[in-house]
Design a protein around this ligand. Sequence first.
Ligand code: BES
Ligand code: MG
Ligand code: ZN
Length: 488
Amino acid sequence: MLIKKSETGFLPESLEVIGMLVNEAEPENVVLDPLRGEIRDFCRKHVINEHFYGKMGTSILLHVSGDTVKYVYIHGIGKKNEALCENAIRTGAFNVVRLAAKKGCSTIALNVPCAEDKVRSRSIAEGSILGLYKFNKYLAEDKDDTFKEPRELIVLNGNEDGINEGTVLGEAQCYVRDLANEPGNIINPQVLSAKALALADELSLECEIWNEERIRNEKMEAYYSVGRGSANPPRFIRLTYTPKQEFKEHVVFVGKGVTFDSGGLNIKPAEYMLTMKGDKSGACAVLGAIRAASKLKLPVKLSVIIAAAENMPGGNSFRPDDILRARNGKTIEINNTDAEGRLTLADALCYASELNPDKIVDIATLTGACAVALGSSTGGLFTNNDELGEKIIAASKSSGERFWKMPMDDANLRKSIKSSFADLSNCGERYGGAITAAMFLEAFVEKDIPWAHLDIAGIDFIKKPWSYYVEGASGFGMRTLASLLMEL
Ligand code: BES
Ligand code: MG
Ligand code: ZN
C-alpha cells in the first residue's frame, strides 16, 4: 500500500473509503469540512442523529450508496492534545485501513487534524501499516478471504518525513510480529540466527554468530546451561549497525531469545506453557529496532545481542541446585530452571558491558510477576540510571507503548536473591518477582554504564484484539526502542 500526502484542502472523492478522525465537539460542530456536497450533508445528519461528538474511541461507519465513495468511517480522537491522543490516531488509521482491506476497497483517503505535524503523520502511517497485519501463512483457507491490501492511502495535508518514518516503524513492527508468531518447531536458536544473518545481509550490518562450542569457550556457563537440555543447540547473535555519518553514542540492545520456554526440569503446567513460543519476543524486538535504525539511517551506533536458547527438559538439562559461573565470574545457584531468561541475559549483559557502550537496554518476557503487577498492556521499566529512565518514558509516550517505572531500591527484597552457596540465587521469593529478576540482571552490568531493563511478559502476546493489536504476537516494545534512538 502506497501512503501519499495530498495538499488540496479537500478529500478526493474518487476514493472508495474515507476516514475522518475528529476531535471532540458538539455534533453540529464536529469538523467534517474536507468532505463536500451530499456526502458531507449525509455524514452531518448521522453525526447529529447519533449524537456523535468525537469522544476518544467512539466511531461511526456510514455506507454511501450511488457514489465512488463506498464507506465513510468517522473516529473520535478526544479533546485536542488529550493524553493518549496519538494512540487514538494509530487506532483510527488502523481501523480505516483494515475496513478497506476487509471490504476489498483499494483506495483510501484519510483526514486527521494536524496531519502536517511530523509526529502525527508518523502515528498515522504506523497505524495504517499495522492495519494490514495478518499472520495467515499456515492457513489453507483464510476465513477473511476478501482481505486485500489496498493500493493507496492518501493522507490529507500529511507530512512526508513523518509518513516515511511511520512506514518504516510500522513495517518493522510487522516484521517483529511475523518472527515472534512463528512457533518453536519452526524457529529454534539456529533458525533465529539464520534470520538475523539474513537481516544483516539485507541491511549490510556487521553480524557475528557463535555456536554452542564457542559459547562454552567464551565462559558463558549461565547461558550455555539453559540450552543444554534441548536437541536444538544455542546460538549467540550480535548485529551491529554503524551509521555512515558522525555519531555520538554507541547503544546496545539485548533481547531475550528463548525460542521456547517449557520451564526445563521445573516444567511448566500445560496452561502456562502455551504461548511460550513468544519467549523470544525481546529478541524479535531488538531485531526490529536495528532494522528500523538502519532504514532510518539514524546517527547512533547500535549493537543488538541475542543469547538464543531453547529451555527444555532432557537428560543433559541443567538442574535445580546446580551452581554455574557467569562470564563475569559470579556464581549462580539454580533455584528454579524456569527462571532461565535471566541466566541467558546475565552472560549477554556481561558481553554488552565489555563493548563499553554509552547505554544498555535489555528487553525480555522475563517474569509472570511483571504481568501480575502491571497488567497485560503496560511493560515494566527498571533502571540503574534515572536520566535513562526518563528518556525511555519519553520514548514510550511517543510510541504509545506504556511503560511504568518500578523500584530497584528495596534492600530487603534484594536479600531474596542471596544464596548460601553461591554469589546469587537465580530466583527469589514469589512476591516482587519482577523486581528481584531486575536486581539479578543488575549484577551483570558494569556499574557505570547506564542500563535499563524492560519486562514485556504478558504484553508480548495478545489473546483478545484491542486497539491496533490483533490476536498473536504484539511486536510491543520495538517502537519504544526505536523512538529512544531517534530522540538521543
Ligand atoms: N518466560 C517466562 C515469563 C513469562 C510468563 C513470559 C508469562 C510471558 C508470559 C519466564 O521464563 C518464567 O518462566 N518466569 C518464571 C519465574 C519464576 C520461576 C521465578 C515465572 O514468571 O513464573
Ligand atoms: Mg521460564
Ligand atoms: Zn522464559
